[in-house]
Design a binder for this molecule. Structure first.
Ligand SMILES: [Zn+2]
Ligand SMILES: [Zn+2]
Length: 379
């Protein structure tokens, strides 16, 4: 993020005037969105928020031009360098490249490298040659970086980052032309775990109504429609054999030879329960295995009674099996809908935003935390 243009703002009334608009309600609407308070907050968070790594929680600050200048002084170690801004890579349209270069020249930048060849445009014309794709670099400055001339270096770094969209290449200049190039970037990455972050942060990135910011799993709703264990097993005092699993038919649970009964018996044998164990008596691990599967472990399933043939199969779990049935068969999906409920989205923990934008903090607070508070709490 860019440094703030202002260090303080005075003379602005602390009252916030809020527009009240009437419009169609969506499942995403709430007081904050129906008024414009939330939009103002998003702008605030986008402007002054401190980015935090979504993986490890570490504060992530982009390298400032001054910090990059410092590094260049250290890396150059007294050698002469040139600062190069990569302006275009593989550009196809000559007239666009020509316009780009004309802009550079108008800004006083006359040393341009086109496809590796340097042109001094104060004295010569650009020559495109026969190539169809063009790489354009602008040579922003040539100097020997030193602490004494840090201001000029930082100024050039700023300009190069600007032209190079956050990237600049520092090339050591020797007698045989440039060698040993180092790329510096003002884009952001967690120093702790190297997770790259989106360099841009705007109010849209903090909006659950915008594709840039909303959680992709729940599409910004904070909840997803999912099978609800409480609806699938509404009466935990029952056992499998007495119909504890509500979506199963009587033939599926009451007949010990049904596919479901045999699979359930196999899971029970492997994990210490049977078809007559009440669900309330399953320990948390057993219940988790029944609902969500036993992973890659292959279980012995008896095809025709205990003495019959045996197949080895994995147990996918009740909920994944029901999910699979819904995907394959829309009719079944309609029938099973009543065992589903809106559950908190696991990707965003119900906070509706992408992890890296949920993690932006102002005054130590994340925007979704603030949104969760009451008006009194916020004030
Ligand atoms: Zn991290
Ligand atoms: Zn989500």
């Amino acid at each position: 993020m860019r440094a703030l243009d202002a260090t303080s703002v005075t003379g602005v009334s602390p009252a916030v005037a809020v527009d009240r608009r009437s419009r169609a309600a969506s499942p995403r609407s709430m007081v904050g969105t129906a008024t414009e308070v939330l939009q103002l907050l998003r702008m605030l968070w986008a402007r002054v928020g401190v980015r935090h790594c979504p993986e490890c929680g570490e504060a992530v600050r982009p390298l400032t031009p001054d910090a990059i200048a410092d590094r260049i002084v250290a890396d150059a170690d007294g050698r002469r360098v040139q600062l190069v801004a990569p302006v275009a890579r593989g550009a196809r349209r000559r007239h666009e490249v020509a316009e780009l270069v004309a802009d550079l020249v108008a800004g006083g930048l006359v040393r341009v490298r086109l496809n590796g060849r340097v042109f001094n445009l104060s004295a010569e014309e650009l020559d495109f040659g026969t190539r169809r794709r063009h790489d354009v670099d602008c040579i922003v400055d040539r100097l020997t970086p030193s602490r004494e001339r840090l201001d000029r270096l930082a100024e050039s770094v700023r300009l190069a980052l600007d032209l190079g969209a956050g990237e600049l290449v520092c090339e050591v200049v020797g007698d045989e032309g440039p060698s040993a190039a180092t790329t510096y970037s003002s884009t952001i990455q967690c120093a702790q775990c190297q997770t790259p972050l989106e360099p841009e942060l705007t109010a849209r990135h903090l909006s659950f109504n915008h594709p840039l910011g909303r959680c992709p799993q729940c599409r910004g709703l904070g909840t997803v429609r999912a099978f609800d264990p409480g609806s699938i097993v509404p009466d935990a005092s029952r056992s499998f054999a007495r119909g504890a699993i509500a979506p199963l038919t009587r033939a599926q649970y009451a007949d010990p030879r049904s596919d479901w009964s045999r699979a359930f018996a196999a899971v029970g044998r492997a994990f210490g329960f049977d078809r007559n164990t009440a669900f309330a008596d399953l320990d948390p691990r057993q219940l988790r295995i029944v609902l969500y599967g036993a992973g890659d472990r292959r279980l012995k399933i008896h095809e025709n009674g205990p003495s019959g043939s045996v197949v080895r199969r994995t147990w996918k779990g009740l909920i994944p099996i029901l999910q699979g049935a819904c995907r394959r068969d829309p009719d079944k999906a309609r029938g099973l809908a009543r065992y589903q409920a809106d559950v908190r989205c696991s990707a965003c923990d119900g906070e509706r935003l992408m992890p890296e934008f949920r993690a932006v903090r102002v005054g130590g607070r994340r925007l979704p935390e603030l949104v969760d508070m009451t008006v009194d709490g916020v004030l």
